[in-house]
Design a protein around this ligand. Sequence first.
Ligand SMILES: Cc1cc2nc3c(=O)[nH]c(=O)nc-3n(C[C@H](O)[C@H](O)[C@H](O)COP(=O)(O)O)c2cc1C
Length: 205
Amino acid sequence: MTNAIIDSIVSRSTTKYYDPEVALSDEQIRELVRIGTTAPTSFHLQNWRFIAVRTPEAKARLFPIAWHQPAIIEAAVTFIVCGQLADSSVIPERLAPLVEAGIMPAKMVPEWEIPARDLYMAYPQRQRDEAVRTGTFGAAAMIYAARALGLGSTPMIGFDAEAVAREFALAKDEVPVMLLSIGAALPKNWPQKPRRPVADVLQFA
Ligand SMILES: Cc1cc2nc3c(=O)[nH]c(=O)nc-3n(C[C@H](O)[C@H](O)[C@H](O)COP(=O)(O)O)c2cc1C
């Protein structure tokens, strides 16, 4: 099976060393986030926000609260990928553009809002789980888009979540799901790591 999209998925590896001379324009950063936001979200909640840390000043604020990981300084940009706690009350607003575009009949909106309310609103853990799933899907799309554009990426959990939330003024309902550095990878990065065999991770049912 060969195809450009699959190639970009299977050839990706995490970047450790970036060329600090290579910047991304705000337009390129916007495009990466636009691609990220095409990822699926539960009930089309789109419960995410991306903070693009790309100036030397902002990088210097993030670096000490992200385990001093060099990628924060050296990569062109590090996104603070935020997931927002699932909240069914935003669903009418999030679905309005679908209704306006004639994709979804208006009478169907409560058919999404009510089950979402029942699923999430009395269950804080589910709200948070959904925030993490949403942020992860968005980040994954950006990781593979970066690869397809010839850029390296580093998903990172090595940071102080409370400090990041404070320093970058995350809202109370926002979870810093991961940091995601993107930039020009240097050739000295490790090759791709071998994987566990499919037979060990796949169960047919
Ligand atoms: C959720 C998550 C958190 C990670 N956190 C870090 C991190 O803080 N620093 C880092 O250098 N790599 C981090 N990584 C990269 C992993 O170490 C890497 O994905 C793994 O070793 C597999 O290597 P590969 O991505 O090159 O295939 C993280 C990856 C994921 C998915």
